[in-house]
Design a protein around this ligand. Sequence first.
Ligand code: PMP
Length: 315
Amino acid sequence: MSRRFSSVSESILDAIGDTPLLEIDGVFAKCEFMNPSGSIKARIALYMIEKAEAEGRLRPGDTIVEATSGNTGNALSMVAAVKGYRMRVVMPEGLSNERVAISRAYGAEVEFCGNFHVNSALERAHELGRQDGFFCPSQFESEYNVEENRVVLGPEILAQLPEGRLPDALVMGVGTGGTLIGVGQAFREANPDVRLFAMEPSGSRTILCGEVDTHAIEGISDGFVPGIFARHAELVGDNLAVSDDEAIAEMRRLAREHGLLCGPSSGAHLVAARRVREQHPELRTVVTLFCDEGEKYLQEHFSAPATDVVGTAFG
Ligand code: PMP
């Protein structure tokens, strides 16, 4: 029986966090896709909302508005549904349809702004957020995003690592940068020598060289260097790139060989973490995260049969 659910829960929000840590291909991967609403973002969505409630910045009857490439929108829509707020998701066009459908399923209104990258959606959400009756959590700027990762997710991973093991490296793409920075801060407290690797799509290396292009690793590299990352950039000493093809191939392999149905950033993270392990054998304990589930990419990436059984002798 699950350790967490041996008694009645108040709502689905109680099931956020406490996800498994797997050892896979010689690296450790935190299964964040298992959170309610299907991604790591459930954690910061709930955390930012509860901070705003406690500080009186969000009141009953208000509308939550947020710019997102999808997962934070889905997560906030779930939190808003449970807590009875209205939700307006502002997102670019050109991302998977499922992300839009999921927010709508939770009762949110979706406004489209811009294409693929989140820049114009961000301006629009901040503009609405300044109006009466709206509250914008501002995930790309909010120190509460970093704080959740530092005080909740980071320590959770540290407690799950095998006895006596401390993280030597954290490998992670940058959407808001909240996970890399916040979990990185928690890891650094445990091991001052831990190395943080920012993973970027090979065709859009925004942090390393200011390059902005479209790519297939949805949820990271949204077209700008987020405020959170810029404020804490000195923590991150390393940068590496993964191509779209590598990310997608690895994402498919995760499902077929490990039974893990995750999205492209999880594939990219595993490729990058394994590369760090291979190139730096002294880094024994490499940690990464599987950030969202694969069901919202079924049409886009998983529709080809795993094995084509055609033209056999038996017809
Ligand atoms: N992977 C996926 C699928 C995501 O949705 C996100 C967040 N948008 C990330 C990775 C990156 O997380 P963070 O915002 O903490 O940098």
